[in-house]
Design a protein around this ligand. Structure first.
Ligand SMILES: NC(=O)c1ccc[n+]([C@@H]2O[C@H](COP(=O)([O-])OP(=O)(O)OC[C@H]3O[C@@H](n4cnc5c(N)ncnc54)[C@H](OP(=O)(O)O)[C@@H]3O)[C@@H](O)[C@H]2O)c1
Length: 267
């Protein structure tokens, strides 16, 4: 059987950005599939809400909520320690936390550029390093999925910092995939286009403002430009993440899986 309902039972998944649209949906699905889930994000109330929902969703799931800022070294160390204390050895890491702060280069503030690179790239690499050290020492293998973006594969108007950070994340995914597979850890990325979350709403709102049109008009224009004529839903990204983590994807390594509604068809 390629897909088994049981394949994730008792596995431990650590997910960053668990308080956001894609992260929360991933955490809930993972708990429903019987995984132990460790959730992290800065917003304590939201984190608690997601943790409670995971406990309700998964009978056998152990749920650990860790309020932390990924850009702080001491927080990254604490995330891994608390996750393993709560849910045992980490089998899977989903690097999902990210920010956009889209603007054209002329108006890009240095502080925003640094924030975007710091979270989307540097902190993600450093958390992965910490988790990988544990995976490697245990010799049990594992899986890592980086939530990149179509903006990691091709340029987009008004997103120089964000695109730069996601291209870097794809480079990291490919390069680290070579190293990690030697220890049985598969590393891949997913590359969604617009996904129905708060982040996409903010980006569409900014685009609409720049063009002097309403949010609804901009949203409709975007949908109209997609071959599938629909914006991706968070659960569709989750399906791709879980597929890449599953044994069904055993020989898929260093890949960047597009979820683009047909918007980007080249490699
Ligand atoms: N939505 C889209 O259209 C889209 C498309 C392609 C790719 N993506 C990517 O998908 C991922 C998730 O996006 P989303 O749409 O679910 O966004 P979202 O709803 O805005 O969630 C972003 C998450 O990142 C966390 N975060 C931000 N700064 C952080 C920090 N310093 N430390 C720890 N956590 C931090 C937020 O948690 P707190 O605020 O609680 O800290 C939140 O959980 C991102 O990497 C994004 O680039 C999204």
């Amino acid at each position: 059987m390629i897909f088994s309902e049981e394949q994730f039972v008792g596995k431990h998944l650590l997910i960053t950005g668990a308080t956001g649209g894609i992260g929360m949906t991933t955490a809930l699905k993972a708990a429903e599939l019987g995984m132990h889930v460790s959730l992290t994000g800065r917003n304590q109330d939201k984190l608690q809400e997601v943790a409670d929902a995971c406990r309700r969703a998964g009978d056998s799931a152990r749920v650990t909520a860790i309020a932390a800022d990924l850009t702080k070294e001491e927080d990254r160390t604490r995330i891994v320690e608390e996750a393993e204390a709560g849910g045992g050895p980490i089998d899977y890491l989903v690097n999902n936390a990210g920010i956009a702060k889209g603007t054209v280069l002329e108006r890009l503030e240095e502080a925003d550029l640094r924030d975007v690179m710091e979270l989307n790239f540097t902190s993600t690499v450093l958390l992965t390093q910490e988790v990988f050290r544990h995976m490697k020492a245990r010799e049990t293998g594992g899986g890592i999925v980086n939530v990149a973006s179509l903006s990691g594969l091709r340029g987009v108007h008004g997103a120089t910092a964000y695109c730069g950070s996601k291209f870097a994340l794809i480079g990291f995914t490919q390069s680290f995939a070579y190293e990690a597979i030697e220890d049985g850890v598969r590393v891949n990325a997913v590359c969604p286009g617009f996904v129905e979350t708060g982040m996409a709403k903010d980006i569409i709102k900014r685009k609409a403002e720049r063009e002097g049109i309403s949010f609804e008009n901009k949203y409709d224009q975007i949908v109209d430009g997609l071959p599938a004529k629909r914006i991706t839903r968070p659960e569709e990204v989750v399906n791709s993440i879980l597929y890449l983590l599953s044994p069904a994807a055993v020989n898929i390594i260093g890949e960047s899986l597009k979820i683009s509604a047909g918007a980007v068809m080249h490699g």
